[in-house]
Design a protein around this ligand. Sequence first.
Ligand code: ADP
Ligand code: ADP
Ligand code: ZN
Length: 221
Amino acid sequence: MAINIILLGPPGAGKGTQSRRLEEERGLVQLSTGDMLRAARSSGTEMGNRVAEIMDKGQLVTDEIVIGLIRERLEGSTGAGFIFDGFPRTLGQADALRDLLAGLGQKIDAVIEMQVDDEALVERITGRFTCGNCGEVYHDKTRPTKVAGVCDACGSTDLRRRADDNEDSLRTRLLEYYKKTSPLIGYYYAAGVLHPVHGLAEIDQVAGQMAGVLDALPGKG
Ligand code: ADP
Ligand code: ADP
Ligand code: ZN
């Protein structure tokens, strides 16, 4: 049986970091709308150019665009299940996801809410860098590469910082999160699938809390 989970939390909460671990440990497939949009913008298409400007400001891209990206990826899906990372971010996206999954005879099994303090996010975001080749996520202080300038996972030297990972854009992204995304906490609580974890713990400890949630899901014991 496939399980589908959502990682919910503000920018810098640790969604991408934990998604990659879950992919490795459980064979789940990460669907990150942020990564899909970054791929779209570097492709130079008309849609890519439109979203680039919105992303750099820290605002949300339209529901229509991100739902379209997710729909393409879900079609014909088989396998262990999906980790939705950074999607849904609005109630409209949440409804659309429910309907798309229902069409495949599937559902959301768990929503993991990664609870963090806003003050910690500035440091998380301004210290973040990722591998342009394999997507591994690093941090200047909390998760540096073993050899400076070289990705631990794949050996690439293409380490990148995001244009929107600055304090100004983070402020807008946080406001967007509170206005448009945080209502999803109530939405999924009411659906009986919400599981909060303490996102300020160390990466391994957050992973442990998440494993506890997933191992306790019905049919997973
Ligand atoms: P973070 O990991 O910092 O939370 P993401 O990589 O998920 O950031 O998203 C980067 C940007 O891409 C967002 O600020 C937003 O502009 C856009 N974006 C990503 N996912 C969505 C979504 N589901 N709905 C609308 N915009 C999105
Ligand atoms: P999100 O996908 O939610 O925006 P990321 O997984 O990209 O967040 O993490 C943001 C930054 O914080 C990255 O630089 C990452 O290495 C670091 N990080 C993630 N989880 C933790 C943690 N539990 N403790 C310390 N740093 C972390
Ligand atoms: Zn790499």
